[in-house]
Design a protein around this ligand. Sequence first.
Ligand code: UN1
Length: 489
Amino acid sequence: MQSSPLRARHLIGDSWSGDADMPIHSPADTRELLGYAPSGSRADATAAIDAAAAALPGWMETPAPKRGALLFKLVRLLEAAADDIARLLAWEEGKIVPEARGEVEKAIRYIEFAAGDARRLQGYTAPSELNGTFAFTFWRPKGVVGLITPWNFPVAIPLWKMAPALVAGNTVVLKPAPETPLVTQRIAELIREAGFPPGVVNIVYGDAEPARAIIEDPRVKAISFTGSTEVGRQVEARCGALHKAVQCELGGKNPLIVLDDADLDLAAAGCAQGAFGSTGQRCTATSRAIVMEGVADAFVERIATLARAVRPGHPLKEGVTMGPSVSARQLRTVLEYQEVGKEEAKLVVGGVRWADLPHGYFPAPTVFDQVSPTHRIAREEIFGPVLSVIRVASVEEAIAVANGVEFGLTGAVYTRDLGRAFEVVQRLDTGITQVNAPTMGGEAHFPFGGCKATAVGPKEMGPDAWRFFSEPKTVYMNHRLAPRTAGFY
Ligand code: UN1
């Protein structure tokens, strides 16, 4: 794809820096060297925060529609480069090209939507009860904000966090995941080309050290984090102690409920897409199929057929339908859960490493049946192509099982009965519920996020995303210069 290895460098102010000495290999074939990236230190993060703080006054004063115009410019640049970015994303992260193209498309649509907010960012006014007083609100940016993002959506997630932050007038320090720096670098180059002033967007590669430095620095006023529940808990705790605004999007154990009147072909196809798509590496993946007993055998037969039809392979190859896990560590986790599943439940398909592709991190698509809601494979996030089928006797039991885990991101219900569909929609403890559609995905102009241990803080995306990055100010303007006569408590 490219003749010489790519190089990621930190973007700090208007310069590229850092020794790119960490090799990045394709997870589909570890013999393929893609490039090198730096591993940032505390000092790199601090330099990025210095640059963001220096750029803040000028960016805050830039009229919001001008800020939005730069984001529209970025949309055009991303559209022109979308196919190239998708291929690099597929190669580095491992998702197949159509999935990667979908991710890039989603990022573009989201920036476009957020850029339009530049002409809104609305406060409000209401009649004051005070004499000679005009009262209103408006929004100020929080200041420098820190974005810490995962490897599974290395294009979409940084951009969907960054766009509302920038529109609202904040400057940004991004610390993307160490697994996928090269595609981030491509985005960084387009951000520069779009003409954002130096220091408005800064990027530091690396792992926990620069992330900690960003969280700890008192000049960083808000943290938006997407990643594991385990790390998210630490981020939340630290931000709480520091009185820092925090938004976390964490794990999922998303249920797909199949009622006994469901279109079983549709349900199985949606379930396969949710369970095996993106190699199960999305927080919205379907990891539990909760199926009414009367249709369970027929459903398991269908999902097993679809699991067997998955074609794992190099994500850049035509005809491949599933890429690898992102890393050796991630593969190890999936293989461990396959073993746990074999102890706990009945293996239907998979349960092993994919033998034909020994140079990549490929787990076999896996289905377990007769899973109990108390089993580990029914409760813990695996982040791999492993589906647990749980059989239930009633709609009531399906809802109870679906809600009986610590997570609450998304859920799906398959039924032809409108009344039962609404019953599940209203009672599922999830931030998103799909009816007769897979658990994944979300549109730019609707809020995205979960409840319970899945999330803390306001939701991402949707019309209010910029508010997390803003502070409301209420103004009482005594325009007659008269003493107040009543009503001020
Ligand atoms: C999607 O399902 O399209 O980390 C998006 C994740 C989520 C994004 C999922 N925050 O997988």
